[in-house]
Design a binder for this molecule. Sequence first.
Ligand code: AMP
Ligand code: FES
Ligand code: ZN
Ligand code: ZN
Length: 321
Amino acid sequence: MPANVSRCRVCKEPAVIDLPRHNAHFCGEHLVQLCNRQMAKAIEDWEMFTPQDRLLVAVSGGKDSLAVWDMLVAAGYQADGLYLGLGIGEYSDDSGGYVRRFADERGLKLITVDLRADYGYDVPTAAVATKRVPCSACGLSKRHLFDRAAVDGGYDAVVTGHNLDDEAAVLFGNTLRWEIDYLGRQLPVLPAANGFPRKCKPLVRLTERETAAYCLIRGIDYVVEECPMAAGNRHLAYKEALNSIEQQSPGAKAAFYLNFLTKMSPLLAGSTAAARGDVGTCGRCGAPTTGDVCAFCRLIEKSSTHEAVPVEFVLDKRIRR
Ligand code: AMP
Ligand code: FES
Ligand code: ZN
Ligand code: ZN
């Protein structure tokens, strides 16, 4: 073997990945070990859950949520999956396929909810009906239906695959606008409160490059394409900006986010609407809300009465704009 081959920091075998922020290279086995350790540290540091808790993992078919489900099951946690069909054309069909195959191959329980079949609308239709960007109805539907599935199924916590890149980008956006309410809620674990289930993000210490490598090494097939409706959104622009900073100074992204959690979050505690106790109950579905009717019920009202809009129509309109 040539002398200049990079070697794993742990075992000195040939490395498969270099991680500048750790100033080290890793072989496949030790990259998997690093991912497991980073997840275990996040779970422990923020007291996310215990092996006695029943977890509902929201799985999109992408690398992060399949990786977190895989890691949790391997670590002995009781973790069922939840897939939400968003009706985003072929992208949703493909994503659902990856999730179902993952669950079937491992004999794991998967709950599925479908916006069109169960609630009479889909994301492209909701985008047109509400005259807002698709991610807005998409995010609202996800939050509401993850919560509802967890409460209905008696789960102790909802787990999502949000990683360090996601969280740092959201933090960047919220900081640019000084969104104090959002900043106050941007935590890796939100305790159950006011009828909302506990929500946990065990992968906040891992980057998307690391979760992609984890899936490759573990032989997990995932949908590689990004959501077609997300193209050009601000979140992706923030990720790119942070990546260019990270390239100049490895570790900057993790420091930005993790130091926010230790140094800034405590100063914001108590400043959110939920903390102020401004939360009541939706008159239609019983979900927690700060108004009379929750935003999800208002979304159904507008979108389910609108004629179905194909995803191509929304994409064409966005390109021409
Ligand atoms: P995103 O909002 O697309 O960045 O996804 C963040 C997290 O939400 C993912 O890591 C998943 O845990 C979850 N998620 C996203 N889309 C879905 C979906 N269609 N069904 C279930 N969970 C999802
Ligand atoms: Fe929600 Fe793309 S995944 S709009
Ligand atoms: Zn090694
Ligand atoms: Zn409601």
